[in-house]
Design a protein around this ligand. Structure first.
Ligand code: PLP
Ligand code: COI
Length: 368
């Protein structure tokens, strides 16, 4: 797949990799492609990163018809640039698009576009521990029309951001974070859009996130919308609970995001012969397990979060310490395995990483 490339005249200075935070800096270029109901997707191109012009009436501003994805590119020690299971992001974007009445995007095209922009921006990939190039593909409805029905014009855009650790303060490897159990607000109900990666899920989560911060916690643990009783997922990650010798994660019943890291964690645990179950878990039972000393670990899994141990829960204004409050054995082992594979330090025996070849240089050489 060939995309037109317009190189910036004013490249930016690369940020200091030692002080990178999450999602503040953006690279020199972005990918854009347009959709029209008659023509389909067309004009995939890479242009200098910058503002895009949209009519104030554009549907995305009013009814939130949009979706996004989150993935990372890592630079291996030998210089290779690696993506992690990018077709899973492409397939998830497809499901989000279907739920939001947005046009289908061929996974091949999605991955080719990601590879093209990452290839061009490869010098932006930091290579300090816990840094990477965060990739944010997204699709927006840009019809200037205020009727509430599916738009006919869309844009698919990919921007890239050199990032450090998602949780500030967790730059030193696996620093445990804290979690507030949210009993009032809910994230997603059955039949809603919880399984899709769409902006509305995050916009509506900020109130609870602010509450969690005010209680001194890093993130929110969401409970189910019906009983406010079963653990669902964490602000921007999936949740895993280790009780006795079993690892439990909430099942994919339509309300939680099917995380690519979550899927990878389950597969690794199965491979290692560790008991893992996808089943509903009441937060009361988590609290009881902590009382009995059988709650060994809780950890979050996600692209931004990687594997992030939870050291403490705040539930009904009481503090619950998880295990010994430190990062647990299983979280450590998973982090090592996943992060090792993602960064090319460990052999990828799962076939999960994909190298971004120097296609750009090759195609330039061809045209010389
Ligand atoms: N759950 C939510 C709400 C998220 O935002 C994310 C992050 O993408 C995840 C789970 C984890 O998904 P993944 O592992 O695909 O990044
Ligand atoms: C990710 O992990 O990719 C996410 O999307 C988290 C993000 C909402 C900050």
């Amino acid at each position: 797949m060939k995309f037109n490339i317009q190189i910036t005249n004013s490249p930016k200075e690369k940020p200091n990799p030692n002080t990178l935070v999450f999602g503040e800096k953006f690279t020199d270029h972005m990918f854009i492609m347009d959709y029209d109901a008659k023509k389909g997707w067309s004009d995939g191109r890479i242009v200098p990163y910058g503002p895009i012009a949209l009519e104030p009436a554009a549907a995305v501003f009013h009814y939130g018809q949009e979706l996004f994805e989150g993935m990372k590119a890592y630079r291996a020690q030998d210089g290779r640039v690696l993506l992690f299971r990018p077709y899973m992001n492409a397939e998830r974007a497809r499901k989000s698009a279907d739920r939001m009445c947005m046009p289908d995007l061929d996974p091949e095209m999605f991955v080719e576009a990601v590879k093209a922009i990452v290839d061009l921006e490869r010098d932006w990939i930091p290579n300090k521990p816990d840094t990477s190039l965060y990739i944010r593909p997204f699709m927006i409805a840009d019809d200037p029309f205020l009727g509430v029905h599916a738009a006919k014009h869309f844009k698919f855009i990919i921007i890239c951001s050199p990032v450090g650790a998602y949780f500030s303060g967790s730059n030193e490897g696996l620093m445990p974070t804290s979690m507030y159990v949210e009993e009032e607000y809910v994230r997603a109900a059955m039949g809603g859009v919880g399984f899709a990666k769409v902006g509305g899920n995050y916009g509506s989560s900020m109130k609870a996130q602010e509450k969690a911060s005010a209680k001194g916690c890093d993130q929110v643990l969401w409970l189910d919308a019906l009983e406010h009783s079963f653990a669902e997922e964490i602000g921007a990650a999936n949740a895993f609970f280790v009780i006795d010798d079993e690892v439990i994660t909430p099942p994919l019943l339509g309300t939680i995001l099917p995380g690519i890291t979550r899927n990878s964690v389950i597969e690794l645990l199965k491979k290692w012969g560790i008991k893992v179950a996808e089943r509903r878990l009441r937060i009361e039972d988590v609290a009881k397990a902590a009382e009995h000393g059988s709650l060994k670990e809780i950890f979050a899994s996600g692209t931004a979060a990687v594997i992030s141990p939870i050291g403490k829960l705040v539930f009904k204004d009481k503090e619950i310490v998880v295990g010994d409050g430190k990062s647990g054995e299983i979280a450590n082992r998973l982090y090592e395995a996943l992060y090792g594979m993602q960064t090319g330090r460990l052999k990828d025996d799962m076939g999960w990483t994909m190298e971004v070849e120097h296609a750009l240089q090759a195609s330039r050489a061809e045209s010389l």
